[in-house]
Design a protein around this ligand. Sequence first.
Ligand code: ADP
Ligand code: MG
Ligand code: MG
Length: 206
Amino acid sequence: MACTTNDVVTALRAAAATVAEHRVELTDLDRPIGDADHGENMHRGFTALTAALDGAVPETPGAVLKLVATTLISKVGGAAGPLYGTAFLRAATAVGQAPELDTAAVVAALRAGLDGVVARGKAEVGDATMVDALARAVEAAEAATSDGVAAVLTAAADAADEGANSTIPLVARKGRASYLGERSIGHLDPGARSTALLLRAFAEAR
Ligand code: ADP
Ligand code: MG
Ligand code: MG
């Protein structure tokens, strides 16, 4: 089953609801290893996105993804804004002007998003960032391509949870948490957690 523009909007509204629900949790994760603003940053961005979508829904999935990118870049700020913004911008470019996204397009969008985050932030798997969640998600999505969009998104969300949890024992090597060196060990990375939450929302959106 393909993803229509409406499906993409529904998924993004679900993501905004999840971010609102987990706002305090994300900020609490950012307190010991950062500056205690990740939940607020994400919430600001997704609130603005919801407002933009209430105004007018773009015509294609790619145009919606581009709106997400520009909104997050201008509203989230910090490290996460440009990183998520780049992810959605690359995803938008990957899907082009197609009126609907088939499974391969969804997987390609996820891969393009990861490539964008890596190009922008230069983090590798194991650096304890959102890349740890997103890279695992993309691998799982690619492995599930033949099973359809729903299976791809569920596989991505499950793998992102594992990838996020994998950051706990790691020394952070990028972003503010890296300033702590070994003292960053024992903490779940807030951006990895938000990536897992977004992918779970996409997988469960109806
Ligand atoms: P800031 O650190 O500017 O306050 P946020 O708190 O909103 O920004 O986001 C922090 C998150 O951004 C981190 O938890 C991490 O996942 C992610 N991050 C920071 N730097 C990088 C990077 N270079 N590559 C990938 N992710 C990064
Ligand atoms: Mg922060
Ligand atoms: Mg900050």
